[in-house]
Ligand binder design. Structure first.
Ligand SMILES: [Zn+2]
Length: 309
């Protein structure tokens, strides 16, 4: 009898020694009753990276990990740049406006395997997280607006991010033999006021009433405090004449401006909404993600902001 009990205990011990990991994991998983005892996940929810920047991914599990093999579905879009055997890797977004899937093939100490993956979207350099600022006759520039100006040459200034996008756009155009130049960028309030008042005076000199002169001016020059040029986010390019639309430069902008984050702000068939006449030369920086959506939907910024939900 005594010998029989000892032998049963021995057999039980042998079972425990042979399969310790699976045994303990099964005990640990009593709360979540799934087929697999091992639980493995990423330590964060990051699924976006800006072009040229890095993010970290780490695997955490409730069981001992023996090794991990990391792979990417497209290393031209998202590259793994650290040791691919550790529990943590650094990945870099290579090309903007793309995506790739990062996979972690996890082998546990008990030799079971588990694969988890995360699709990472690479945002381009001109991607803007926040909704664009709407400035028009009904929406004056906010008092606390910081134009964050930098010089862009020839005495012009622009908002820092808009300036970077402008330089990239001008250079890309140049490579295709298209010449873009700035006629007007940032204008301070005094300058905008002067421009506006000069035009009103011209109309008055031609015999218009004060009211008429104001209205005739306002469809061409924004009322001071409501001009996008005062935000540092707008540029007038090449020619302040509607015939600009018949140039190669204009056609290039139609095809390419959005990828640098610019929209043609005052289209011909939207003047009732924008309150501004057709201006094929006026471009506004909103960010590439917003610009693409606005163009795809064939709407203007007013409609985009209104329908943001
Ligand atoms: Zn303009």
């Amino acid at each position: 009898m005594k010998r029989k009990i000892i032998s049963v205990i021995l057999v039980l011990n042998i079972i425990l020694i042979l399969t310790p990991q699976a045994f303990y994991n099964t005990i640990a998983q009593t709360e979540n009753n799934t087929q697999s005892a091992q639980k493995v996940r990423f330590s964060n929810n990051i699924n976006r990276v800006r072009e040229g920047r890095r993010i970290n991914l780490r695997v955490i599990a409730n069981a001992r990990i023996r090794s991990i093999r990391w792979t990417t579905s497209n290393s031209r879009n998202v590259r793994i740049i650290s040791r691919t055997t550790s529990q943590r890797v650094t990945v870099r977004g290579v090309r903007g406006n793309t995506r790739a899937t990062i996979r972690a093939i996890v082998t546990f100490n008990d030799r079971t395997m588990h694969t988890i993956s995360r699709t990472i979207r690479v945002n381009d350099l001109f991607y803007e997280q926040e909704m664009p600022l709407l400035v028009n006759r009904d929406n004056p520039i906010p008092r606390n607006w910081n134009a964050d100006l930098v010089s862009i040459g020839d005495g012009h200034q622009l908002n820092r991010r808009a300036a970077r996008a402008w330089r990239a756009m001008r250079n890309a155009a140049r490579e295709e033999g298209i010449s873009l130049w700035i006629i007007s960028a940032y204008r301070n309030n005094a300058r905008q006021t002067r421009n506006f008042n000069n035009r009103v005076s011209q109309h008055r000199a031609n015999g218009r009433s004060a009211e008429e002169a104001f209205a005739m001016t306002a469809v061409w020059i924004a009322v001071p405090g409501t001009s996008e040029h005062e935000t540092g986010l707008a540029i007038d390019l090449n020619s302040l004449n509607q015939s600009f639309e018949r140039t190669r430069e204009f056609r290039w902008l139609q095809r390419n401006a959005a990828r640098f984050g610019f929209i043609m702000r005052y289209p011909r068939n939207k003047t009732r909404i924008t309150g501004i006449n057709y201006e094929p030369w006026h471009y506004r920086y909103v960010g590439s993600n917003h610009a693409r959506r606005i163009n795809r939907r064939r709407i203007v910024l007013e409609q985009y902001i209104e329908n943001r939900n």
